[in-house]
Design a binder for this molecule. Structure first.
Ligand SMILES: [Fe+2]
Length: 192
């Protein structure tokens, strides 16, 4: 990552912020980390082409950096035209910064067992903007490329090695959860 100075700056900030296993003052640290991410996505001249490739069918998650103690990871999320995630959670804090294009984020809430899930907000994220999510304030959402005719790319930071964390996707019609591990498009699961 020394070869990408803008990204290295974010890595250095995050390394200093999350050097302890236990995250105290999460909101305060996320505000500082969010500022560093905002600086990174303010300029779209640094992401290597290999981490910006869309797939014709699936959105892609490329691992850009993984902290050796697995305190955080940085991922480029590449959306093909019209692509969307299932409704999912994260189990760790997350920051999203829009590098190219735009995305739509819908937050969901579980109602009672067997009931349809409730969409509590829909927000657009445009180039240069950031948002944060935390399990402590509800982190279930669905994210889509806002454009039907172009690629969008966001840079995500997670409070763990997100590709290896057991988390959930949800059925909107009844709130049923299913466990999943997302992996990364550019890391062999067996070797990660
Ligand atoms: Fe997410």
């Amino acid at each position: 990552m020394e070869s990408i100075p803008r990204l290295q700056k974010l890595v250095d900030t995050l390394t200093a912020l999350f050097k302890e296993r236990e995250v105290k003052d999460e909101q305060q640290k996320l505000a500082i980390a969010g500022d560093a991410l905002k600086t990174l996505v303010a300029t779209d001249d640094w992401l290597p082409e290999e981490f910006a490739q869309p797939h014709p069918q699936y959105y892609q998650q490329y691992l850009l950096y993984r902290n050796p103690q697995q305190r955080f990871s940085i991922v480029s999320f590449v959306w093909g035209p019209g692509q969307t995630t299932p409704i999912h959670d994260h189990k760790v804090w997350a920051l999203i910064g829009m590098l190219r294009g735009a995305e739509r984020g819908e937050r969901f809430e579980l109602v009672s067992s067997g009931q349809p899930m409730k969409c509590i907000s829909t927000d657009m994220l445009f180039q240069g903007e950031i948002e944060s999510l935390s399990p402590s304030s509800g982190d279930i959402h669905r994210v889509s490329n806002a454009y039907a005719n172009r690629v969008s790319i966001s840079i995500h930071v997670y409070g763990g090695d997100i590709g290896q964390i057991k988390r959930h996707v949800y059925d909107a019609s009844n709130g049923q959860a299913r466990e999943f591990i997302s992996g990364y498009a550019n890391v062999n699961a067996a070797a990660s």
